[in-house]
Design a protein around this ligand. Structure first.
Ligand code: NAD
Ligand code: DAU
Length: 351
C-alpha cells in the first residue's frame, strides 16, 4: 500500500486514477479538501476498495501517525500543497502553513514511523516529495534550461515555500537517513486542472464569452507537460530513483503564454466554433502583469531520461488537443467549481 497526500487535487487525482488503473496496490489518499481539492475528480474510484480516502491535513501529526501505523504503507508521496502563484501573492500565509509547516509535520510523522519499521520494511520504504521547477527562479531568453544543479532562487511566496519544503526533505535524508526522492516538474496541464490556472481558465472563459486575460505582454515562457506524463515520471522515480536524489521532470515544450492561448483558440474554433463565426482570439484581453512575474521556465530532463529511461508520451500539440476535448466533454465538472468561492477569487484577481 502507498499513502498519497493531496490526491483530490489536479495532479494528485490524476496520479491516483492512473495508479489504480494500472496497478493492484491500494492507495490511502489524505487530502484536506481545500478549495482546490475535489472529490468529483475521484468519482470513478468512489467504490473501489483499493482506494481509501481520508479528509485531513498533512500538518496533523497525530492523524498522519495513526494512518501510517494502521496501514503500514511502503511509500508516502507528498502532492499536498497550496499551488497557485497568484493566490500566494494575495495571501502567503496558507502557503507557509501547508507547504512549509505542513511538510515539516508530515516528515516528522514519517520519520517516527520509518524508524519503527523492521529492517526489511525500513530498507524498502520511500518518501517521494513532488515539487516544482519554480524553485530555480527565472531564466533569460538564452539561458540553458534548469538542471538539478541549478541554484535555488525562488521569486514568489509560493515558490519560496516549495523551496523550503524541498530543503526540509533534503535535510531529513542528510541528517536522519530518511529515504527520500524529490521531483521538480514544469507546468502541468490536462484533465481536472482547476480553472484558476491559465489553460483551464482560458478554455472556460472562451466557452462562456468572457475575456481571456493575458498578463503583461504574454511573452512569458512556460515548459508544458501533460499531467499523465508527470504521473508516469513519478511512478518511475518511485520505483527506480536513487535515494536522496532530485529529478527534474519536463516535456521539452517551451511556449510563450500568448502562443498557448492562440493554440487553444484555434482548437476551439475548430471543435466548437462561436455562433457569430468570429475566432475566440477576439476575446483575448491584456491585463496588468503578475507582480514579480518569472519570465521563463524550462526544464532539462536529461537525468530522468538517461538514468531512468523516462520519456513523455505526449507532445504539446497532442496533449493540448486532448485537454480541450476533455473540457468540452466535462463542462459539468467545471460548472460545479465555478461558483461560490471561485467567483470571489475571480472578482478579486481580475477586478
Ligand atoms: P492543486 O492545488 O490542484 O491540489 C493540491 C491538493 O492538495 C488539493 O487537493 C488540496 O485539497 C490538497 N491540500 C492542500 N493543503 C493540504 C493540507 N494541508 N493537507 C492535505 N491536503 C492538502 O495542486 P496541483 O497542481 O495538483 O499540484 C500538486 C503538487 O505538484 C504540488 O505540490 C505542486 O507544488 C506540485 N507541482 C504542480 C505543478 C503544476 O503545474 N500544477 C507543477 C509542478 C509541481
Ligand atoms: O512551473 C510549475 C508551476 O506551474 C507549478 O509549480 C504551479 O503550481 C502551477 O500553478 C504553475 O505555475 P504558473 O504560475 O506558471 O501557472 P499559471 O497557470 O498560474 O500561469 C501560467 C502562465 O500564464 C504564467 O506566466 C502566468 C500567465 N497567466 C496566468 C493566468 C492565471 C496569464 O497570463 N493570465 C492568467 O489569467
Amino acid at each position: 500500500m502507498i499513502l498519497v497526500t493531496g490526491g483530490a487535487g489536479f495532479i494528485g487525482s490524476n496520479f491516483v486514477l492512473d495508479w489504480l488503473d494500472k496497478l493492484d496496490e491500494p492507495v490511502i489518499n489524505l487530502d484536506k479538501l481545500t478549495y482546490a481539492g475535489n472529490l468529483d475528480n475521484l468519482k470513478t474510484v468512489a467504490d473501489n476498495k483499493k482506494h481509501i480516502f481520508v479528509k485531513g491535513d498533512i500538518g496533523d501529526f497525530e492523524l498522519v501517525s495513526k494512518l501510517l501505523a494502521e496501514h503500514k504503507p511502503r511509500a508516502v508521496l507528498n502532492f499536498a500543497a497550496e499551488s497557485h502563484v497568484d493566490r500566494s501573492i494575495h495571501g502567503p500565509e496558507d502557503f507557509i502553513q501547508t507547504n512549509v509547516v505542513g511538510t515539516f509535520h508530515l516528515l516528522e510523522a514519517v520519520r517516527a514511523y520509518w524508524r519503527g519499521l523492521d529492517d526489511e520494511e525500513k530498507a524498502a520504504f520511500k518518501f517521494l516529495h513532488v515539487s516544482t521547477d519554480e524553485v530555480y527562479g527565472t531564466l533569460e531568453k538564452n539561458d540553458p534550461p534548469f538542471n538539478e544543479r541549478n541554484r535555488y532562487e525562488p521569486n514568489s511566496p509560493y515558490s519560496a515555500s516549495k523551496a523550503a519544503s524541498d530543503h526540509l526533505v533534503r535535510a531529513y535524508h542528510h541528517t536522519y537517513g530518511l529515504p527520500v526522492l524529490t521531483t521538480n516538474c514544469s507546468n502541468n496541464y490536462g484533465p481536472y486542472h482547476f480553472p484558476e490556472k491559465l489553460i483551464p481558465l482560458v478554455i472556460h472563459n472562451a466557452l462562456n464569452g468572457k475575456p481571456l486575460p493575458i498578463y503583461g505582454d504574454g511573452q512569458q515562457i512556460r515548459d508544458w507537460l501533460f499531467v499523465k506524463d508527470h504521473c508516469t515520471a513519478i511512478r518511475r522515480v518511485l520505483s527506480a530513483g536513487r535515494l536522496g536524489e532530485t529529478y527534474n521532470v519536463g516535456g521539452w515544450n517551451e511556449k510563450p503564454n500568448l502562443e498557448v492561448v492562440h493554440t487553444i483558440c484555434d482548437i476551439l474554433d475548430e471543435l466548437q466554433p462561436r455562433a457569430d463565426g468570429q475566432s475566440y482570439k477576439s476575446q483575448i484581453t491584456f491585463v496588468k502583469d503578475r507582480p514579480g512575474h518569472d519570465r521563463r521556465y524550462a526544464i532539462d530532463a536529461t537525468k530522468l531520461e538517461k538514468e531512468l529511461g523516462w520519456k513523455p508520451a505526449e507532445t504539446f500539440e497532442t496533449g493540448i488537443r486532448k485537454t480541450v476535448q476533455w473540457y468540452l466533454d466535462n463542462q459539468a465538472w467545471v460548472e460545479n467549481i465555478t461558483s461560490g468561492q471561485y467567483l470571489k477569487w475571480v472578482e478579486k484577481q481580475y477586478q
